[in-house]
Design a protein around this ligand. Sequence first.
Ligand code: IMP
Length: 202
Amino acid sequence: MKKQLILATNNKDKIFEILKILEGLDIEILNAGDFDDFPDVEETGGTLLENAVMKAKSVYEKYRLPCLADDTGLEVDYLSGAPGVMSARFAGEGCSYADNNKKLLKLLEGVPPEGRSARFKTVIAFTDFEGKIHTVEGILEGIIAEDRKGKYGFGYDPLFTVADRGIRLAELAPEEKNRISHRGRALEKIRPIILRAFKIDT
Ligand code: IMP
């Protein structure tokens, strides 16, 4: 039987990206949707790191299986780092990606491109078989555009112009986004740690 790894999320968009990067490993990858009683961890931490660790720990404690949790935030310099840990609920509880995009555009109305710098930050927490926590971070720098563009990705991707490419994150096909994204970078860092924990030779 393959050893199992739990992704502590039921966000389909994230699961899709994470599976693509961990593809080909001899590991059965489960997610929150595979369990009836998955712990519903409120993201009450003041930082992405606290939230990711909280999620990974509570899932490990419940199932005693290795777990990978990520927490991502968009930090806009003009807004002193907001929405940050509030990225999912920026426009209010239960809001859509479009609501969040609209609120961000409104807050940046009239701000010139040089004042619209931002970054995506992903923190990944991985609990290994013994429950030891490993954490890594991935960052992608960019500029918040003045309108939405692109058909791929999710969340704030249509507004996010990648700094050194001049192209929206939502214009990049999934493989291309994964190669350069905050989550992709964090996953590349955690990959060898997962392989070591699962005793997989590379
Ligand atoms: P979470 O707390 O890690 O689920 O992410 C918070 C919010 O950040 C999500 O609801 C999305 O709006 C946004 N987000 C997370 N990852 C990405 C991404 O890769 N691109 C664009 N937006 C993202």
